[in-house]
Design a binder for this molecule. Structure first.
Ligand code: BGC
Ligand code: BGC
Length: 805
């Protein structure tokens, strides 16, 4: 076993973070500089003012800027972050996206000073389909696609995604992710095709050609969009930490992590996104030897680099509004979110004028951006709504696209266990479908599905989707059998077989980072359900939804058959296609998927890759049964070594207060302990007269990132004595306490959960970068309340508001 810690301990001397471009391959680029294109770019560039040039270097999130602003500020691009949408409505119809783009576009091309008009382009995360748009086809996340080993299908998925994106007028997608993830605790593992560089390489170029078209054939023709290969470089090697540090020798960076670029760039990828993460301690966004030395000079990349979300602000000496260092290192366009984009523009302009950003560097960056815009047809495309595919909303969830997605689902499922050959389910059988994931299109789709975190959605937000349950029900009926949905697994008449669908609930980026590989350490109800069915003598099939391989030995033992379904997306019917036999006795397809990530035998096998010495997986890379296999999986060890656990966003969990903090009662408040699930695992708070209880940090904590999204302060509680006054929940920095009312949620009775979006506190002016008390409960009267958990996380589905009066 290798853990990040032991690998670190061996590094007495930190390895260098300056690359040697001459030790990297030269790439066979299909896209050659075209003299006609270059002459046109040069002509535009020569007529641009320095203000125009600096404007092109900036991309701003639509949540931070209005169309009218582009009349004055001629920025190169806009984007919608995972949470940003027209009219602040993530469920806005596709027509609103198009309308908003028209408005931005019109403003960007409006000018009367005679200088060149350079239309704005719009970037979006179409990472598994046009996933921000209601009605789009959501394909399996990359981890599932990796299991297909089907590059030709990847290409079709890219093309369908581009078409659905183009239907909204949007011309640029931040995909594909070509991370070669090595440590599956990382919250973005599902965005990776494989731990194996060869699989990533076999897909990256195909995906780019699917999105952009093929050079010399249909490159950037109508219905194609610009792709962005991300995140350059080594994003998959950060030891399971989002935005972390990849500590590897240059050879590993080159031979493992760069694999996707070897095919994506020769295929003509027009943009590359430098990573938030570091290499050997240095932020990628500021690493000149890699951005310029390797990517541009050695590999010959002629497109432009687009920063990640305010990532430049993390380069030493920089802020979100000021970072010449990133541009000088080779970043061509800043991705900015926040209210102070005018400052970013003013600072960059000042630095360009002063030569802090050399004129040659500025021109090179702008030339690259203009080149991409010329190649993408931006100058001729016209208003977004006038483009060939624009407004073709029938493309969203089009039958042909759904068929591709359904095929991808069929091919991506990996059969881990099929003892006694209980699958396929025989025609005519009575099937019980259970589990929390059975009828939940949001859960089967994971993060980056309408919302950034993939939370707060329900089946009706996927008008062109189908749940796994619904697919099974259809297939069962077609085969002359019956299916019944019972989430908790209850039944009156014993079914012939049970299918239990369960697994991880959606997350994106850092909210998905986990301390160990144990599936659901705090909630074993799925396991209990499997065991209940087993005890009742019902043959049981587990369908496991997850963004990564996880330690599920107890669940594997409790099921007769086990299918790793990863995050299949909106075509739940593809699951039934392989599991349920039709009238002729055969299912639509056999299992095809082979693991693209090794499956752990123990909870502490964080870094488990086929190349490692002492490789000891439960199921190796490439494993996957078919109906021809007679393999039986024996009973697995259910003991687990104690691993230092600790959910990074937990403030108080299982009786423990997160490191460096203490509980402090104030005024008439007292705090003792009581039991919920374990001995003394909860706080018992009593307030007499008036008082408050807070979690006091030893050092201020920075929860800015958590506050800009959908994350909430979440409290699990039970009221033991109703309040006689007003109760509020608060967050404080050293100077200011912001509170939101909670009185209305203080009803005596059962355990409950309250969630208050962090932005409710941020909006009141608390400095989220220096929070000293991330939890404050105040009461102006008598109150009794027990608290079993306090954390920062994704609120349970349902409306969230800034307070219950
Ligand atoms: C945005 C995402 C972005 C993230 C970065 C979110 O608020 O919606 O697009 O990736 O912040 O932390
Ligand atoms: C993510 C990128 C994404 C960007 C825009 C960032 O937080 O790391 O993958 O493209 O946000 O949403």
């Amino acid at each position: 076993m290798t853990t990040a810690a032991s690998a670190d301990a061996q590094q007495a001397q930190p390895p260098a973070s300056i690359a040697h471009p001459d030790q990297w391959p030269v790439l066979p680029m299909a896209l050659k500089l075209d003299p006609k294109v270059e002459a046109r770019v040069a002509a535009i560039l020569s007529r641009m003012s320095i203000e125009d040039k600096v404007g092109q270097l900036i991309q701003v999130d639509i949540a931070s800027i209005s169309p009218g602003d582009l009349e004055t500020y001629k920025f190169g691009s806009i984007l919608n972050g995972g949470n940003s949408a027209p009219n602040n409505d993530e469920f806005a119809p596709a027509s609103e996206w198009l309308k908003l783009f028209d408005a931005f576009y019109d403003a960007s091309v409006k000018r009367s000073d005679g200088r060149p008009v350079v239309p704005v382009i719009w970037g979006t995360d179409a990472v598994h389909g046009a996933n921000n748009i209601v009605g789009s086809t959501l394909f399996p996340h990359n981890i599932g696609l990796g299991a297909m080993r089907d590059p030709a299908l990847i290409r079709k998925i890219g093309a369908a995604t581009a078409l659905e994106t183009a239907a909204t007028g949007i011309d640029w997608s931040f995909a594909p992710t070509v991370a070669v993830v090595q440590d599956d605790r990382w919250g973005r593992t599902y965005e990776s095709y494989s731990e194996d560089p060869a699989i990533v390489a076999s897909y990256a170029g195909q995906m780019v050609e699917g999105i952009q078209g093929t050079i010399g054939r249909d490159f950037m023709k109508p219905g194609r969009v610009i792709s962005s290969v991300k995140h350059f470089l080594g994003d998959g090697g950060t030891g399971g930490h989002d935005q972390g540090d990849t500590r590897v020798p240059e050879r590993v960076l080159r031979d493992v992590h760069a694999a996707g670029y070897m095919t994506a760039l020769p295929a003509g990828a027009l943009t590359v996104m430098p990573s938030f993460s570091s290499w050997n301690g240095e932020k990628m966004t500021g690493n000149k030897s890699l951005l310029t030395g390797v990517l541009k000079d050695r590999w010959g990349f002629q497109g432009f680099t687009i920063g990640d979300w305010n990532a430049h602000g993390q380069v030493p000496g920089c802020t979100n509004e000021d970072c010449a260092a990133a541009i000088n290192a080779g970043l061509d366009m800043f991705m900015y979110s926040g209210p102070k984009w005018k400052d970013l523009y003013a600072n960059t302009l000042r630095e360009a004028k002063a030569g802090t950003i050399p004129a040659a560097r500025l021109d090179d960056a702008v030339r690259r951006i203009l080149r991409v815009k010329v190649l993408a047809g931006t100058f001729e495309a016209g208003r977004p709504s006038s483009r060939p595919m624009s407004g073709r909303f029938d493309l969203l969830g089009a039958p042909g696209h759904r068929a591709i997605a359904r095929q991808a689902v069929r091919e991506s499922l990996v059969l881990l266990k099929n003892n006694g050959g209980i699958l396929p389910v025989r025609p005519g059988a009575s099937i019980l479908v259970a589990g929390r994931g059975a009828d939940d299109i949001g859960q089967q789709s994971g993060g980056w599905s309408i919302t950034w975190q993939g939370t707060g959605v329900s089946n009706r937000n996927f008008p062109n989707g189908q749940s796994i349950w619904s697919g099974i029900e259809q297939a069962a009926r077609a085969a002359g059998g019956t299916a019944r949905l019972s989430v908790d697994g209850g039944f009156t008449k014993k079914p012939d077989v049970a299918i239990v669908v369960f697994g991880e609930t959606p997350y994106a980026e850092f909210t998905g980072d986990r301390p160990t590989l144990e599936y659901s350490p705090d909630d074993k109800s799925d396991l209990a359900l499997l065991r209940k069915l087993k005890a009742a003598g019902v043959p049981t099939v587990a369908v496991f939804l997850s963004g990564r391989p996880l330690w599920v030995n107890p669940e594997l033992n409790a099921a007769d058959a086990f299918v790793a379904a990863f995050l299949p997306g909106t075509e739940g019917g593809g699951v039934a296609d392989v599991m349920i036999a039709g009238k002729g006795g055969r299912p639509v397809a056999d299992f095809h998927g082979k693991l693209s990530f090794s499956w752990p035998k123990r909870v502490d096998q964080f870094v488990l890759n086929a190349r490692d010495p002492g490789y000891d997986p439960l199921f190796p890379l490439g494993y996957g049964l078919t109906y021809a296999d007679r393999t039986s999986v024996g009973r697995l060890d259910e003991t687990k070594p104690a691993v230092a656990a600790g959910d990074q966003n937990a403030l108080f969990v299982r009786g423990r207060i997160a490191g460096g903090a203490r509980i402090s009662p104030d005024g008439g408040a007292t705090v003792t302990r009581t039991d919920r699930s374990g001995q003394e695992d909860s706080l018992r708070i009593a307030v007499k007269g008036e008082g408050a209880v807070a979690i006091e940090q030893a050092m201020p904590i920075d929860i800015t990132r958590e506050s800009n999204g959908q994350l909430s302060l979440i409290v699990d509680y039970r009221v033991t004595a109703a309040p006689t006054g007003q109760v509020a929940l608060g967050v404080a920095d050293g100077a200011k306490l912001a509170t939101v009312p909670l009185t209305g949620a203080m009803k005596t009775g059962d355990w409950m959960t309250a969630a208050v979006p962090l932005r409710c506190f941020a909006d009141q002016g608390v400095s989220m970068a220096t929070v000293t008390r991330p939890f404050v409960l105040t009461s102006s009267g008598t109150l009794g309340v027990d608290i079993s958990g306090i954390r920062i996380g994704t609120a349970p589905a349902g409306p969230v508001s800034c307070g219950v009066r």
